[in-house]
Design a protein around this ligand. Structure first.
Ligand code: FES
Ligand code: FES
Length: 163
């Protein structure tokens, strides 16, 4: 089976990509389209660093064949980052020092984005539950939870897609 063109909507813009069979969405976004906020961590579904939103729901892009998102809406951290500043969730992570090396941060933010979209005032347990699949080796998680709590308190509404 040869390569084929896959069309999907990335950050509100339709993109067409030539995709080899079983190429992951993570590889297409990061290496073919240059969306480097989509991290390459474990590549086996265990760390959450590659998390993006598909139709508004968090998915592990390292496990998803790119052809499966044909016709769907894909959102990465780049998609929610304003050209002239930060998304309120990004600002909340900054304010709470919710990162150190930052490798896990895009995945954490995308999961949090979906959480706040569905549940603008999550409890601490709901935040912990939402972030349970995302691993951070640096922060001890407390600042990350504080960032999401801060974003919720600030009413961080989901931002428009920008890229
Ligand atoms: S790189 Fe996808 S879950 Fe770790
Ligand atoms: S900030 Fe380094 S892995 Fe989370």
């Amino acid at each position: 089976m040869g390569s084929k063109i896959v069309t999907f909507v990335l950050g509100g813009r339709e993109v067409e990509v030539m995709v080899k069979p079983m190429t992951t969405l993570q590889a297409v976004l990061r290496y073919q389209l240059g969306y480097t906020a989509v991290k390459e961590g474990c590549r086996q579904g265990g760390c959450g660093s590659c998390t993006v939103l598909v139709e508004g729901e968090p998915v592990l892009a390292c496990l998803l064949p790119a052809e499966d998102v044909a016709g769907q809406q894909v959102t990465t951290l780049e998609s929610i980052t304003p050209v002239d500043g930060l998304d309120p969730l990004q600002q909340a992570f900054l304010d709470a020092s919710g990162f150190q090396c930052g490798y896990c941060t895009p995945g954490m933010i995308m999961v949090s984005k979906a959480l706040l979209e569905h549940n603008p005032r999550p409890t601490r347990e709901e935040i912990l539950d939402a972030l349970a699949g995302n691993i951070c080796r640096c922060t001890g998680y407390e600042p990350i939870v504080a960032a999401v709590e801060g974003a919720a308190q600030a009413g961080a509404a989901p931002g428009a897609q920008r890229r």
